[in-house]
Design a binder for this molecule. Sequence first.
Ligand code: BMA
Length: 380
Amino acid sequence: MKKFNICLFLAAVLLLWSCTPVLESKVPTADNQATAETVNLLLNMKALTAKGFMFGHQDDLAYGIGWEAPEGPSDIYLLVNDYPAIFGWDLGHIELGAEQNLDGVSFASMKQWAIQVHAMGGINTYSWHADNPLTGGSTWDISSSDVVRSVLPFGEKHDLYLIWLDRLAAFFLDLKDESGLPIPVIFRPYHEHTGNWFWWGQVHCTSEEFRELWHMTFHYLKDTRKVNNLLWAYSPSDNFKSLEEFTERYPGKDYVDIVGFDMYQQPGQTSEHFAARLKDTASLLVDFAVTLDKLPAITEMGYEQVPDPVWWTTVVWASFKDLPVSYALFWRNAINRPDHYYAPYPGHLSQDDFIRFYELPETLFLSDIEPENVYDSHSF
Ligand code: BMA
């Protein structure tokens, strides 16, 4: 009888165990402790690729052609009465404890704009042109190839670098909405690492060192400093032709949410040639993103001064119209460099084409994504 009872009990336990649904503990974000709103943002960005691709602009609210905040509000707004969906910012010099970034944008204002963008329903993304921690030079100081090694554990600048990461973390932790919840943002560190112009570039460190740099940054922010409002974006330059080349320095599936590349039309390059390259490279990216199960985006792009009057529809739109690219971030309309601008403004020769581009249903600006509330759960 006793034996029978034990058998019955074991059978019941087994049955119960086999019927209990396995709890899916894996969140879709690289950060397994990401806030609910951060997870929602990634899922909503994925869902939005079915609707179109989002237009992004660097430093859009800070300055433009002939104005600087508090004037504004934005070169894009002045043209189309709407804002970009994606707002790019750069954190270079946050590591120094400076009040302004390397382009003279105040970090205090940048925080206010991040809060404004979030409240309007837009999305913030941050790059980080960090100074050279070994030489004290700028982000473009490539005089030494020991820099990455020097900031890794046991390196001579490791302790300094952790202080830099503390300052970076403090900025992200300070991004709070009106109810005190952390604002989810995209972080795109160590960009264009397959080029050689930044201290973290390809010829200045080994693949292992680059990956270790990424892992260290990721874990320090996420685990030590509890920054759990970041989507992590990986953005090499556009010089890859195969998945092997694209992932040569890839930090790994658990460290990345968005994969992309940076690509610029060069002076003297025809729009036809550039459009063909952009389309091919974006198609490769989409294939890789599917293979890697990540969200594809053009993390930076542009054509300085946009000298082609129909560039927006014939190059940008034509390249992305059939691809599930999440967004394309166009670079800044610099206030401190008169010839250095990448978005149109009222009176620019490409303004009519940009308005046509804006009106296409599949180009997504703020008014297109705002009703979706990208920070809300849509019962995923
Ligand atoms: C570069 C240029 C520089 C700027 C840097 C960081 O591409 O726009 O003038 O300092 O980005 O924003």
